[in-house]
Design a protein around this ligand. Sequence first.
Ligand code: HEM
Length: 243
Amino acid sequence: MNLLEIFWDDAPYVVLAIVVVGTWWRYRYDKFGWTSRSSQLYESRLLSIGSPLFHFGSLAVIMGHVAGLLIPEPWTRTIGMSDHLYHLQALMLGIPAGLATIVGVGLLIYRRRTRGAVAIATTRNDVVMYLVLVCALVAGMSCTLIGATHFGELHDYRQKVSVWFRSIWILDPRGDLMAHAALYYQIHVFIALMLFALWPFTRLVHVFSAPIAYLFRPYIVYRSREAADKHQLVGSVPHRRGW
Ligand code: HEM
């Protein structure tokens, strides 16, 4: 077993341990610093374009990763999907998703550098996080683009990277597969692991407390004072349905 195989066998567990213990530590000692540290008050125009592009792009990238890493290759073959068709659909969805995310993060960084108040609110921690994030995104996009031009076995991540990824969760790590995957996949995943290890110590922790319930909460009924005054009794004010 060479060093690279040992690395790919063990690194995921080291990173997982950092994420779990780091998140616990952050919650225990910095509960009130657990925030995305929104800068919307300082600048909102560029944010309103960059943020949705980045966040919706990321969601699509995550869904692509879930499908590509968790669904075994024989399964898609069984339902009659050829490898060519699989890679074609991965490209059609992956490239726009990756591009939207990269353009979005580019806009957010441009805003951080050019809008004075936002620049002042940017810490060294943010700079490191953005740097690793951008490297992970660019390396991922390069994988998709280079992989698209080579359909050989070495370039089919579903035979090596995806099997390695699944092997981690059944505690039977296949570092040998990852060590023999094309170098650009190894670089991308290495940077991704660095990003995961940084996660609990940066503003990225806000992902763990995203207010998803907010999307489904009952709407709030606002009644204007004028209307209430006109009808004297608040309860008798006619109102339209909220939905
Ligand atoms: C262990 C974690 C990860 C693994 C194993 C992994 C693996 C891969 C693979 C194999 C591809 C090529 C997909 C294709 O050619 O269709 C890819 C693409 C990509 N990855 Fe990752 N990745 C990981 C984490 C991340 C993270 C954390 C980010 C973002 C910060 C990221 C961003 C991207 C992007 C933007 C692309 C190109 C667009 C797309 O295919 O959606 N990846 N990744």
